[in-house]
Design a binder for this molecule. Structure first.
Ligand code: HEC
Ligand code: HEC
Ligand code: HEC
Ligand code: HEC
Ligand code: HEC
Ligand code: HEC
Ligand code: HEC
Ligand code: HEC
Ligand code: HEC
Ligand code: HEC
Length: 266
């Protein structure tokens, strides 16, 4: 490059940068960002947020699926869709997630008691009382509620210790499993044949972080699949949302050859 062009190039460069900065800044001080610059390893994506919401009239909750109720408190996708659900995610997400109520979207732990047909098992299916209640009348003189002697607790998958009553879940499940091992093999989908899954959001106190029952934090207690199979990682969450809609409508960039229409710079 000839030396005399240098100042011109510099000025042009600075002007271009300023123009870009102006373009990136929101036009009004509004709650809904107009454009969003997403830096990532695939190359920066400039997302026309307001155009998608206003011009294309896509409802907020199509993309912000967590905020059906609290629209004003939209949180970054990555606060839930970790890049990977590894040890670092486990450690950090408890403090990184600012909204208490969101804990329950993943830690939806309450499985309530549901009518499972106690009398029907005896009367129609012909299961003897003492098949489930203790045969040994020294232990359980009269058939009664298992909870009188077995303490509350989550399934542990461990075998009962001799002489020590296992917790309520292990005790009852051990009996049901004799005939319903198929339900237990299905993981969370099996649980809801016998239990109701209750949304715990409304129980979370308005202020202060909830302390979760440590028994309930392990997804694998109920799910057979690892968290990363249950929840999309960050790139897949964006790609599935953005390219998924574009592909369905056949409008907007999607497909293997159109990466550069979103990832405008490397
Ligand atoms: C086509 C999808 C889409 C639609 C429709 C949409 N948004 Fe967004 N919005 C996004 C994405 C993607 C982000 C960036 C989130 C991130 O940084 O992880 C975002 C970010 C935001 C943010 C900034 C959050 C932050 O702190 O990073 C707010 C506020 C917001 N949206 C509100 C709204 C509102 C209100 C509506 C409806 C009028 C709406 N959005 C419609 C996709 C959408
Ligand atoms: C509060 C936590 C949370 C936030 C914030 C969040 N997600 Fe999700 N997302 C989830 C959970 C939990 C699931 C799995 C739910 C299911 O399978 O029904 C999910 C599922 C998805 C799916 C799979 C399809 C579907 O709708 O079930 C896509 C795509 C997705 N999220 C994209 C996004 C994008 C993009 C953002 C940001 C604009 C975002 N999510 C913000 C928790 C969150
Ligand atoms: C996007 C889903 C998601 C959200 C939202 C979420 N968690 Fe988690 N949490 C997980 C996953 C995944 C694990 C790891 C569980 C496993 O290994 O099976 C976990 C584990 C934990 C653990 C155990 C950590 C350890 O070291 O064993 C605690 C405590 C916890 N979460 C608390 C919270 C709290 C408090 C909130 C709300 C502020 C919250 N979580 C929101 C997905 C989530
Ligand atoms: C298939 C296993 C099974 C059979 C068969 C069975 N029970 Fe039960 N029973 C249970 C379980 C489990 C509970 C604990 C409460 C619950 O989950 O419904 C229970 C609870 C009870 C209770 C306490 C009920 C309450 O609400 O306090 C009585 C009393 C009882 N059973 C008597 C009987 C008698 C009598 C028979 C035979 C006619 C019988 N059970 C047959 C499994 C069984
Ligand atoms: C009156 C107290 C009492 C009641 C009621 C009771 N249990 Fe137990 N249970 C015990 C004790 C004590 C042990 C430990 C005894 C042992 O290991 O020999 C035990 C052990 C068990 C075990 C592990 C050992 C075995 O028998 O396989 C199972 C399973 C079990 N109980 C299921 C149940 C179920 C299901 C109910 C209700 C239908 C129930 N129990 C009601 C006191 C009780
Ligand atoms: C075949 C039916 C059945 C299946 C499948 C089943 N449960 Fe249960 N479970 C019961 C019954 C009946 C009880 C005793 C009554 C009650 O308290 O709900 C019980 C008790 C429990 C308890 C103890 C509640 C307490 O009061 O301490 C927990 C926790 C539990 N189950 C969790 C699960 C989970 C998690 C799964 C799936 C991995 C599951 N259950 C699958 C029938 C079932
Ligand atoms: C001795 C075998 C046996 C035991 C033990 C047993 N069940 Fe069953 N159960 C059956 C049979 C047989 C049926 C009827 C299957 C059908 O309706 O097709 C049934 C049906 C059911 C159903 C309805 C199934 C459905 O898909 O809708 C539920 C729920 C159930 N049992 C729960 C339990 C619970 C909870 C326990 C333990 C407390 C238990 N069973 C213990 C044999 C058993
Ligand atoms: C106490 C049992 C239990 C635990 C622990 C649990 N889940 Fe679930 N989960 C369920 C049940 C039950 C369903 C409903 C299954 C169905 O409808 O087929 C479910 C459904 C889901 C779904 C499907 C979307 C929905 O909401 O219906 C996702 C995603 C999910 N769980 C993620 C997680 C993650 C991530 C963790 C760990 C942080 C976790 N779950 C821990 C019981 C549990
Ligand atoms: C619910 C549907 C839907 C979702 C979700 C969606 N889009 Fe779009 N997008 C469209 C449609 C429709 C067009 C075509 C508009 C036109 O041709 O006028 C489009 C066009 C585009 C374009 C090309 C035109 C422009 O605005 O520059 C880009 C780039 C784009 N979208 C990026 C994204 C990104 C990034 C996301 C995810 C954060 C996303 N879109 C999510 C429907 C969607
Ligand atoms: C509709 C727009 C769109 C298209 C088309 C698209 N992407 Fe993306 N991509 C995104 C968005 C949005 C993100 C998330 C940005 C962020 O993390 O902030 C992303 C993230 C990425 C990441 C970063 C992953 C990470 O964890 O850092 C890579 C790599 C990537 N995309 C590759 C591709 C490839 C390869 C293609 C073509 C096959 C493609 N993308 C097509 C919008 C798109």
């Amino acid at each position: 490059m000839q030396k005399r062009y240098l100042p011109v190039t510099l000025v042009a460069g600075i002007l271009a940068l300023l123009a870009l900065a102006g373009y990136m800044l929101p036009e009004h001080k509004e709650k809904v960002p107009r454009r969003i610059l997403m830096e990532n390893t695939g190359g920066a994506v400039v997302f026309q947020h307001a155009e998608h919401a206003d011009k294309l009239k896509i409802p907020c909750e199509t993309c912000h699926h967590e905020s059906r109720e609290a629209r004003e408190d939209v949180r970054p996708c990555k606060s839930c869709h970790g890049v990977v659900f590894d040890a670092a995610f486990k450690k950090n997400h408890v403090t990184a997630t600012t909204d208490n109520a969101s804990c329950a979207t993943c830690h939806h732990y309450e499985l309530k008691r549901k009518k499972w047909g106690h009398d029907r098992h005896h009367q129609e299916i012909g299961v003897d009382c003492r098949f489930c209640h203790h045969e040994n009348t020294d232990i359980e003189p009269e058939p009664q509620n298992c909870a009188d002697c077995h303490e509350q607790g989550m399934p542990t998958g461990r075998k009962a210790d001799q002489g020590v009553p296992p917790n309520m879940a292990d005790a009852v499940h051990a009996r049901c499993m004799t005939c319903h091992d198929d339900l237990f093999a299905r993981g969370a989908r099996g649980c809801i044949t016998c239990h109701d899954k209750v949304n715990t959001r409304d129980k979370i106190p308005a202020a202060g972080r909830i302390s979760l029952d440590p028994n309930y934090t392990d997804c694998a207690v109920c799910h057979k699949e690892a968290p990363q199979k249950l929840m999309l990682g960050s790139m897949d969450a964006y790609h599935e949302l953005c390219m998924g809609c574009h592909a369905r409508l056949n409008k907007g960039p999607h497909g293997k050859k159109q990466c550069a229409q979103c990832h405008t710079s490397k």
